[in-house]
Design a protein around this ligand. Sequence first.
Ligand SMILES: NC(=O)c1ccc[n+]([C@@H]2O[C@H](COP(=O)([O-])OP(=O)(O)OC[C@H]3O[C@@H](n4cnc5c(N)ncnc54)[C@H](OP(=O)(O)O)[C@@H]3O)[C@@H](O)[C@H]2O)c1
Length: 254
Amino acid sequence: MISLAGKVALVTGGSRGIGRACALRLAEAGADVIVNFVTSEKAATDVAEQIRALGRMSAIVKADVSEPDDVRLMLDFVGKQFRQLDVLVSNAATGGFRSLEKSTPNHFAATMNANVRALVTLMQEAAPLLRRTEGRAKVTALSSHGATFALPHYGLIGASKAALESLVRHLALEYGQQGINVNVVRAGLVDTDSTRNVPNAEAVFQHAQAKLMVGERRLTAADVADAVLYLSSSLSDLVQGQTLVVDGGEGIHP
Ligand SMILES: NC(=O)c1ccc[n+]([C@@H]2O[C@H](COP(=O)([O-])OP(=O)(O)OC[C@H]3O[C@@H](n4cnc5c(N)ncnc54)[C@H](OP(=O)(O)O)[C@@H]3O)[C@@H](O)[C@H]2O)c1
């Protein structure tokens, strides 16, 4: 049984989808959890209420992770209100599904700022708290198969995930001797608000499902959250700078 009793976690984009599942899973394991959102205040409030119903402390923080000032203010809030931070889940991402041919410089910048640069800013602002953790602090970023596969309408996000995975290895190199582990969970396709907007969503889901090797089970946000929980716990103290794939086997065959 993994226990995060006495730990404080921050989940970016914790209001919906995989981030929501992570926030709840970490709270079930005993952590107090801060839920970051950017537009969905009601959804974030619902998650925080569910966390409090588990007997944990929670707060919601509106911050656009692609804005360094927002990130700084969010970590100021965490430091003042919770006095510690042991677990950071860098889950928030954006990008939209479009061809590279139709992508503008603004699309490119917005995707890279939210999906890649945000992790650098989060680490810079969170490190003073993370370094004070008892035991090792845990940072986990969310990636996808776009990091290594070419997928339709996914060029910008896929490139951002490839950059993110490299960034995680370099952050592990820089922060590893400071008591901080930095890892990635690379998830297969999960039914969330964002993936429902994938062009040809039904066919895409059927194709992914056919490649799973776990019987009739579908990959869910809760499955991804379980991997994040492992990487947020002391069980993974010796796992550093790695990418853990959680996809039911989807990615190992054509
Ligand atoms: N779903 C999949 O199949 C899949 C597969 C592999 C990896 N992933 C990765 O898993 C993560 C979550 O994906 P998801 O499908 O759960 O997404 P989602 O359902 O669309 O939820 C996105 C979350 O991120 C937040 N967010 C978006 N932009 C933000 C910003 N600039 N600042 C702060 N928060 C922001 C949203 O906040 P609001 O609610 O306030 O808008 C929301 O909580 C992403 O990194 C994604 O790339 C997803």
